[in-house]
Write a protein that binds this ligand. Structure first.
Ligand code: NAG
Ligand code: NAG
Ligand code: NAG
Ligand code: NAG
Ligand code: NAG
Ligand code: NAG
Ligand code: NAG
Ligand code: NAG
Ligand code: NAG
Ligand code: NAG
Length: 482
């Protein structure tokens, strides 16, 4: 969500110039010259020594053979002891860095705070282990606390010198950090999207396991919707590592790990669209949808799907039948238009995928169910409804469905904000009113809704007519990465 903060642009290993400024050249003093000569002599001497180690010992010199044999055994003992020291030197740091507690949302995360991300312009920001920037070291994790991330810890270690008693897990491990949770489909999707982007850019490699963190605390569940989307995308039910088998005080290291801490942050619009395209395509394939017959009706006119996606409880429409009536009336005026009314709470994942694939205009109150919009064909339309008070009090989070529309290539065609709502005992702009407005219901304005629906319907129809005259059918070609 947030733009990548300057702190997180990793010092690029291929541009070290920035960090090692050349001092101005000055003529050498005689003292400098003698130091220079001394260093040169030492260097030649060392080179000579190394060279003599490589040349096979001549039989005419038994002393030299003995000498070199002793040298080799000593260094192998030294190596063993050095490796032992390296194993013990692996230092674990808390996953949650309390120094960033107050600005957890402002950029540098408190998750693995000593690490920098790999970030190329327009691409997802991530960390990978082993990699050049980790000097070939693997990621190791320790602890499985679910309440306080500062009790869980991380370290880097070379594969030859893993910390004592460490287990090594084979395959690719996705390590996800999320400020929010994996139950809410919007927040959960934000956490999964960067892994899909990485998957596309890295030979479609799929993970053997996922490790989910919220503030460094382990999580073991995704919402069913998110889990099914992940299964559809990667072709296998995601295995979420619970570490039940592991000894809490012993480390677990990973043959290959990819860590995401910034959701979509840093990704260009093209990259995001490519990522949502892949998930849409995979979801439709997973749900066995075939769409060719649905595009054109028997009169050869394009079908236009207008879907009212209803909520129950907070942010539902106060008078559903009135709202349905308005949209029904406008839909009936446009040949080919079909109105669908659905409730997000009782549709399976594949029912949602199917519904969205038939939807050209999605009209729905602000809420997580709108996350489904990326499953519509590209360039489809979104109409959003808010209860009273949100514009002033709900903060920037109220625009998330504008963002996802833009990221997934949809057209967000505005929001209607109810001027009326439940009375608040404080002045209208008082933050405390948000608790009243948050769960508020949404009314309607017949004039406004009718005009709005009519305009969008005619725009969509115009767009779809262009395609009909070319007699295009929905592309059935297989998805990338399959
Ligand atoms: C490694 O495991 C052994 C056997 O369980 C135990 O005695 C030893 O203390 C462990 N070492 C560390 C550093 O955890
Ligand atoms: C876990 O590891 C610690 C340290 O190595 C050891 O003392 C303890 O007995 C182990 N516990 C189990 C259940 O293996
Ligand atoms: C899709 O079709 C395949 C093969 O016919 C079947 O095994 C699978 O269960 C179907 N998937 C869904 C989600 O219906
Ligand atoms: C489009 O083309 C297909 C065959 O390519 C044909 O069967 C269908 O009738 C055409 N539809 C229209 C509306 O022209
Ligand atoms: C809902 O709206 C319809 C149509 O405007 C109206 O007839 C009905 O009385 C309303 N219902 C309620 C509960 O306000
Ligand atoms: C889905 O939920 C809505 C509202 O709770 C209800 O009216 C509808 O009958 C439900 N549909 C099914 C198929 O259960
Ligand atoms: C979406 O619309 C834009 C312009 O409005 C057009 O350039 C683009 O080709 C469309 N994309 C698709 C997939 O229809
Ligand atoms: C309903 O919408 C129309 C058209 O935008 C507007 O002129 C009118 O004032 C609105 N009515 C109410 C009660 O807000
Ligand atoms: C128009 O056709 C293109 C290519 O087949 C397709 O990708 C796009 O979704 C269609 N647009 C609409 C609005 O149906
Ligand atoms: C359909 O054909 C028209 C005219 O030939 C062309 O301008 C338009 O780009 C085509 N649309 C698509 C989606 O191929």
């Amino acid at each position: 969500m947030a733009k990548s903060p300057p702190l997180l642009t990793r010092p690029q290993s291929h541009s070290p110039k920035k960090y090692h400024q050349h001092p101005k050249r000055r003529p050498m003093s005689p003292f400098c010259i003698s130091i220079f000569l001394l260093v040169t002599c030492v260097a030649f001497f060392t080179l000579f020594q190394i060279q003599s180690l490589h040349t096979p010992p001549s039989s005419s010199s038994p002393w030299s053979l003995m000498h070199q044999w002793r040298k080799v055994t000593t260094s192998s003992q030294e190596l063993t002891s050095m490796a032992e020291k390296l194993k013990q030197a692996v230092t674990f740091l808390p996953l949650k860095d309390l120094r960033y507690q107050d600005k957890a949302l402002e950029g540098h995360t408190w998750f693995m705070s000593s690490m920098y991300d790999i970030h190329e312009e327009g691409e997802v920001q991530y960390q990978q282990f082993p990699s050049e920037s980790s000097n070939g070291r693997l990621l190791c994790l320790k602890g499985r606390d679910t309440h306080d991330g500062s009790w869980n810890s991380y370290a880097l270690a070379w594969p030859e010198t893993l910390p004592l008693n460490a287990s090594l897990l084979k395959g690719l491990t996705f390590v996800s950090y999320n400020h929010y949770n994996y139950d809410n489909i919007w927040h959960g999707l934000s956490a999964v999207v960067p892994f899909v982007a990485w998957h596309i850019r890295n030979g479609c490699e799929s993970p053997s396991r996922w490790i989910l963190y919220h503030w460094g605390e382990l999580r073991f569940k995704m919402s069913t919707w998110l889990r099914t989307l992940t299964e559809a995308t990667y072709g296998a039910d995601p295995y979420i590592e619970g570490f039940e088998w592991a000894n809490n005080s012993e480390p677990v290291c990973f043959e290959k790990a990819v860590v995401m801490r910034h959701n979509e942050g840093g990704m260009s619009r093209e990259r995001r669209i490519e990522t949502y395209d892949l998930m849409r395509c995979k979801a439709r394939a997973y749900c066995n949808l075939s769409l060719e017959d649905a595009r054109i009706n028997d009169k050869g006119l394009p079908r236009i799907g207008l879907t009212l996606f209803m909520r129950t409880g907070p942010r539902s429409f106060r008078n559903e039948s009135a709202v349905i009536g308005i949209f029904e009336k406008e839909c009936a005026k446009v040949e080919g238009c079909k109105l669908m009314v659905a409730y997000s709470n009782n549709l399976t994942f594949c029912e949602q995928v199917k519904l969205m694939s038939l939807t050209d205009i999605l009209a729905s109150p602000h809420g997580a169910q709108l996350t489904n919009m990326f499953l519509m064909d590209r360039n489809s339309s979104v109409m959003e409804f808010f209860p009273k008070g949100w514009l002033k009090l709900a903060g920037v989070g109220q625009y998330v469905y504008h963002w996802i529309a833009s990221w997934s290539g949809m057209k967000h065609q505005g929001a209607w904000r109810d001027p009326d709502g439940d009375p608040c005992p404080f002045p209208e702009d008082d933050r405390r009113c948000m608790s009243v407005y948050k769960g508020g219901k949404i009314g309607f304005n017949e004039t406004y809704f009718s005009e709005w629906a009519a305009n969008i319907l005619s725009e969509v129809k115009r767009r779809k007519m262009e395609n009909v005259s070319n007699n295009t059918t929905a592309s059935t070609s297989s998805c990338p990465c399959s």
